[in-house]
Design a protein around this ligand. Sequence first.
Ligand SMILES: Cc1cc2nc3c(=O)[nH]c(=O)nc-3n(C[C@H](O)[C@H](O)[C@H](O)COP(=O)(O)OP(=O)(O)OC[C@H]3O[C@@H](n4cnc5c(N)ncnc54)[C@H](O)[C@@H]3O)c2cc1C
Length: 345
Amino acid sequence: MRERVVVAGAGIIGSVIVRQILAERPGAEIIAIDRDLVGSGASRRSAGLHFPVGRTERVRAMTEMSERYYQALAARDPSLPIYPVAMHAVAFGTAAEAAWRNFIKAGPIETSPACRRAAMGQPVGASVWSVPGCHYTDVATLAGRLVRDFRSMISLLEGVAVASIQEETGAAVLVLSTGETLRADRLILAPGPRVNAPAWRALVAPLGIRIKKIIALHLDAPADKADAAVVFPEEDAFLLPLQYRGHWLFSYTCLDWDVDPDAPQPGVNRQNLDEAQKVLRRYAPELVEKLRSGRVFCDAYSPSREPIVATVGASGRIIFAGAANGSGYRLAPAIAAETLRLLDN
Ligand SMILES: Cc1cc2nc3c(=O)[nH]c(=O)nc-3n(C[C@H](O)[C@H](O)[C@H](O)COP(=O)(O)OP(=O)(O)OC[C@H]3O[C@@H](n4cnc5c(N)ncnc54)[C@H](O)[C@@H]3O)c2cc1C
């Protein structure tokens, strides 16, 4: 009998996990289930920025592994929506040195000179350093492209929700929104911010995951291939020239916690704009009035602020993979690699 592995959630993390199971466990029967279409959750709203930063050894190693994975994907198929982008980091005063140390790769710290052409987000007198190895992605399209390539090798159930899970002797038993019952030898939960779905809320609760709003505002200025992204590590914010959509993004850290991903989304509000404008004013006051719209959703955050890949429940058959703290795109390959290692245990 073939081992049956069910992956619940086909965002970027679930999609990369399925791809890796196919590569490393060729005998397995794989069923991927998503209550929506592939790449519809946080992945659809993602800024999709990868840059080489990490505050802990584990996240630094995950970042490097994931960067190599995406580079290999892009090299194998240049038509994938993975776009290299130049990047600078900008900080003021003594904060610059501490921030610089969190970068895995970084040029020397320089002072943005008065004679410099007023580059986007690089005020005169600020500390500036280059950050090599960055790219950004249309994350939902990438997930869709990955799934397209292996679709014929798995069973993919889109528009089907996992309604309940029972741990029984010899299997995790799922009941789907269609009424179908599925027995899984191993079950991987990759639900993005929907960690409180009734099917797995009790299984995932001990992990202490919370949901935080994420906002990336759209900045109406033409984005050219030659434009560089700018990251502001003091505020955990960045400006990104989203060339494939023809505008810039400004992502800032919104501190609205314990939001419900399934509540009606009221959109960008005045408070969001005020918070974002306050951060951007410090670096590029001339751009502040260009922030008028954006994308609002949320992501799962772990207590340690490192991603979680862990067995949940009593049977040892169910793995949770996610809680990537707003970095689920850039760390997805490493999360998948850790999931595969747990599957082998
Ligand atoms: C505005 C914004 C900007 C971001 N910018 C960046 C960035 O620049 N870089 C970065 O690395 N990360 C970024 N992130 C975070 C990143 O997008 C997420 O961490 C990542 O997409 C999470 O992927 P996932 O596959 O875990 O979740 P999701 O993409 O949410 O996928 C989970 C899937 O599970 C499915 N699902 C849920 N419940 C059920 C159920 N009961 N049954 C079946 N299926 C179910 C959902 O439909 C969904 O498709 C950003 C996020 C947002 C919102």
